[in-house]
Structures are given as C-alpha cells and as structure tokens.
Design a protein around this ligand. Structure first.
Ligand SMILES: [Zn+2]
Length: 55
C-alpha cells in the first residue's frame, strides 16, 4: 500500500550517495545537500592556500 519512502531521496552532491536527512544532512555554499563530512573535505580541498599561511 503506502510506500514508506515517501520522503524524496536526497543524494549528496559530492559523493552521490544518499544523504540521511536525520544524520548527515548538510548544505554546501550553493544550497545543495551534501554530507557534512563530504562538505568538510570539499571545503578543505578547495580552500585556497588560506589555511596554509602558517608557513
Ligand atoms: Zn557525501
């Protein structure tokens, strides 16, 4: 009868795996749904040498 998957499946914009809305959901700067962990890696990878200024 009722499909339990009523809520839309959201995929991570970074790894394309399903995002658990109640655990992993995070949004990137563009408002796309991503895993918090993926976003963290994404930001870390794309951030300019800003964080390496310590040298
Ligand atoms: Zn992800």
């Amino acid at each position: 009868m009722m499909d339990t998957r009523f809520s839309p499946q959201i995929s991570c914009a970074l790894c394309s795996k399903p995002v658990d809305l109640q655990a992993d959901l995070c949004a990137d700067e563009n408002g796309k749904s991503v895993h918090g962990d993926c976003y963290f890696k994404h930001v870390a990878r794309n951030s300019p040498a800003d964080q390496r200024r310590s040298s």
